[in-house]
Design a protein around this ligand. Structure first.
Ligand code: DON
Length: 304
């Protein structure tokens, strides 16, 4: 596949979209990022990486961290994880409270904030040093030992984190948080604050595409069936109330974050990460979504 030619065309096609959408500013520290940047990295199963534009610039991965949290929590709890959350698409915003009240504190899925906060609680309960373990896991998956938390971003989000505070209080009321809510929230915000580049994200997601090697990183072991199931959840729940559109337009399992990043996988072929900070109304990167739509259209390869 001529990824070079394809991606050069994609970049020319999305340039006119620059200026559309708005970067996340509900986390004050994220409002300082120059919004008119983009990057893309494709890594194939063979290990070849194709990088373009700002593929080596690190950005806040935000909700993409929920995939790493799921890998850890699923590896620890196995099928027992589903006693505390569902695996159905929510059709609502990532930080919505509506269903959580109706469904009595059982989050719809691991990728909405409520589900991720329950996973954070599990990691706090089961691990001695969850912050250290999480970071080491992400570093090992990406092959990059300099990846870190951005404490200023985490703190900035904590100061404004009223909705997440409401979510964890509702969860706690219904008995679905075992630990101290302040402690769990602090770790949740820290996970969101991890900074990675498109190249590092694509590399970290490759094991979700590559079923030929065992998934075994820093004591996080997943069976092939579990990896396949994480991909299924990315496909159905990775984009909140835009999961249907992402499936329709791009057709890959993936996960977005309000930092403007999206990581996705084409099982048995490649992983891809894109980044551009301006978001659409659903909180997903305008240019990032378009780059992926054009990629899967131009390659004419489909998982369906
Ligand atoms: O909980 C929050 O609001 C953020 N730290 C993460 C949100 C996010 O990235 C949602 N995804 N698109």
């Amino acid at each position: 596949m001529e990824y070079n030619k394809i991606v050069e065309n994609i970049i020319d096609s999305v340039r006119p979209l620059q200026g559309q959408g708005k970067q996340a500013d509900y986390i004050p520290a994220l409002a300082n990022v120059n919004p008119d940047q983009m990057g893309i990295c494709i890594e194939t199963i063979g290990g070849a990486a194709y990088t373009y534009e700002k593929a080596d610039t690190r950005f806040s991965i935000q909700s993409i961290s929920k995939v790493f949290a799921l890998a850890m929590a699923f590896s620890i709890e196995g099928e027992g994880l589903w006693e505390r959350m569902g695996r159905e698409p929510s059709g609502t915003a990532f930080n919505s409270l509506v269903q959580l009240e109706i469904e009595q504190g059982k989050p719809r899925n691991p990728f909405i904030n409520a589900g991720a906060i329950v996973m954070t609680d599990i990691l706090c309960e089961r691990l001695k040093d969850p912050e250290g373990f999480f970071l080491q896991f992400v570093r090992n998956m990406s092959g990059s030992n300099t990846i870190n938390y951005n404490h200023a971003v985490a703190e900035s989000e904590r100061e404004q984190g009223y909705l997440n505070a409401a979510i964890i209080n509702l969860l706690k009321y219904h008995g679905n948080i075992k630990g101290d809510i302040e402690r769990v929230l602090r770790f949740y915000f820290l996970m969101c604050s991890v900074e990675m580049s498109c190249r590092e994200l694509a590399h970290a997601f490759l094991p979700f595409a590559d079923h030929t090697k065992p998934f075994d990183y820093t004591d996080v072991y997943l069976t092939r069936s579990q990896v396949k199931r994480i991909n299924a959840i990315m496909q159905t729940c990775g984009f909140y109330d835009e999961a249907g559109d992402f499936s329709y337009l791009v057709g890959l399992p993936g996960k977005s974050g309000v930092g403007g990043g999206i990581a996705a996988v084409f099982p048995s072929l490649y992983s891809v990460a894109v980044w551009s900070p301006r978001l659409n109304a659903k909180g997903n990167s305008v240019i990032g979504m378009k780059m992926l739509e054009l990629l899967t259209t131009a390659t004419q390869q489909s998982i369906f």
